[in-house]
Write a protein that binds this ligand. Structure first.
Ligand SMILES: Nc1ncnc2c1ncn2[C@@H]1O[C@H](COP(=O)(O)OP(=O)(O)OP(=O)(O)O)[C@@H](O)[C@H]1O
Ligand SMILES: [Mg+2]
Length: 211
């Protein structure tokens, strides 16, 4: 059992708290923020309630996403654009999901959202996003909607590498993309289209809806 008692999360999203693994600083541990989780459950419309509690637990959804066929089929060296996955551990804050902590020279990597707000859509980042897109499509990696704050940027010797750190797995209610490449391709293309809508929405000062 890992005691996260005195640790301060290095980040907190809408649903989880992220800690540096106290025994291995190359990994992070994500625990569900109980308050936002129970509020989320309380406010669900009835037709979503019937799906079951677990489908709203982001750690479980993510763990399921990591079990997808496409990630089993590609070798570890091709995991270039996704944080590695190390399973669950017990913590004093409930079960924790352990993944690779993406860093640049010891500093936790910044998100694509931070980058876009700071530098805009530079030629360099555009190229990196295109490489990421190609990887998604070539390998048919299933993701939820791809949001710039769920992508971080790893600085490699001569390129910026986009890595997905949240939102892996399929959001399709009927799981056709999990079984058929034809549907997977269509599904991934749509996620890429929506990723660009979201990027442009962020860049335009978030006016109106993004979808
Ligand atoms: N593996 C990682 N490497 C580097 N930074 C990370 C990693 N995982 C999370 N982060 C940082 O922590 C933030 C929150 O993490 P995460 O997106 O997993 O939480 P969440 O609560 O599921 O988010 P959301 O608000 O999208 O539901 C991210 O936006 C990112 O800045
Ligand atoms: Mg997130």
């Amino acid at each position: 059992m890992i005691d996260l008692g005195n640790a301060t999360p290095f980040a907190q999203g809408g649903n989880r708290k992220c800690f540096i693994h106290p025994q291995d600083s190359s990994k992070c541990i994500k625990v569900i923020d109980q308050e936002s989780y129970s509020n989320r459950l309380k406010n669900l419309p009835w037709h979503k309630k019937i799906r079951g509690k677990m489908s709203f637990n982001d750690n479980h959804e993510e763990a399921k996403g990591y079990q997808q066929k496409s990630l089993k089929n590609i070798d570890q060296s091709s995991w270039k654009h996704i944080a590695k996955y190390f399973g669950f551990i017990e913590t004093n804050m409930g079960e924790g999901l352990v993944t690779e902590l993406i860093k640049n020279e010891g500093e936790i990597a910044g998100t694509l959202e931070d980058y876009l707000f700071k530098f805009g859509l530079t030629e360099e980042i555009k190229k990196s996003i295109h490489v990421f897109e190609k990887w998604l499509l070539d390998n048919l990696i299933l993701t939820k909607n791809i949001i710039p704050h769920n992508l971080v940027i790893k600085k490699d010797s001569n390129e910026l590498v986009i890595k997905i750190i949240d939102g892996i797995g399929s959001k399709a209610f009927i799981p056709l993309p999990e079984y058929f490449n034809f549907f997977a391709k269509r599904y991934v293309k749509r996620r890429i289209e929506l990723m660009w809508s979201r990027i442009n929405w962020d860049l335009s000062g978030r006016k109106g809806g993004w979808k």
